[in-house]
Design a protein around this ligand. Sequence first.
Ligand code: 8X3
Length: 249
Amino acid sequence: MKTAVVTGASSGFGAAIARQLVAQGHTVIGLARRQDKLQALADELGERFVPVSVDLTDRTAVDRALGDILRRFPVIDVLVNNAGLALGVAPAQQAQLADWDTTVATNISALLHMTHALLPGMVQRNQGHIINLGSTAGAYAYAGGNVYGASKAFVHHFSKNLRADLAGTAVRVSTVAPGLCSGTDFSKVRLGSDEKAAALYQNVQALTPDDVAGTIAWIMNAPAHMNVNYIEIMPVAQSFAGLSVHRSA
Ligand code: 8X3
């Protein structure tokens, strides 16, 4: 059985990942800001879920939390860098700079911080797995995707570069890139209201957090010699729009 650190564990993908891994007998150390939600999950999942309330964009707090975690759990087998967000769908020329900063701090800097802290131990033990949450938005550009999509493209390429640096070790790195998924706060945060998020999912069978969590569990439980580099999953209901053409009047 493995010990996994999962960021963004209080809801959505993170909570679904925690539920599936704990059900399989693994131990999950779940990081998130919202103490009440983490505690509710801890009450549900029992002692194999260890809640750690921390703001992932606060470096000092993350370092302190990681120090505590590594004292209690010196061997971390898996890091699931799940925490991430999109703020708005405004075109770049109308976007708020603060939203871009928050997106970069969460989707890129926090992922780097966690990876930088836990990767050396994995290499030293010659055993470990980093699983990064990408997105179809990191593979395909769309209007309003600007910094969110770019941050996920960063995640995709950073994962590949990690694989390059880790050649010759047994440490695995995977990216999971989901498309449209319901049952999380993601669209509420991205679109700014419950109503807009509800409209997006109307009459659409989107992916569920369990679909994503099941994919991650499969990747993590794959034989040690097998590395899933990148996997992209969409609901059947979602597809490609093609390239847009602007015609002058
Ligand atoms: C977001 C995927 O399809 O909602 O990560 O744009 S989608």
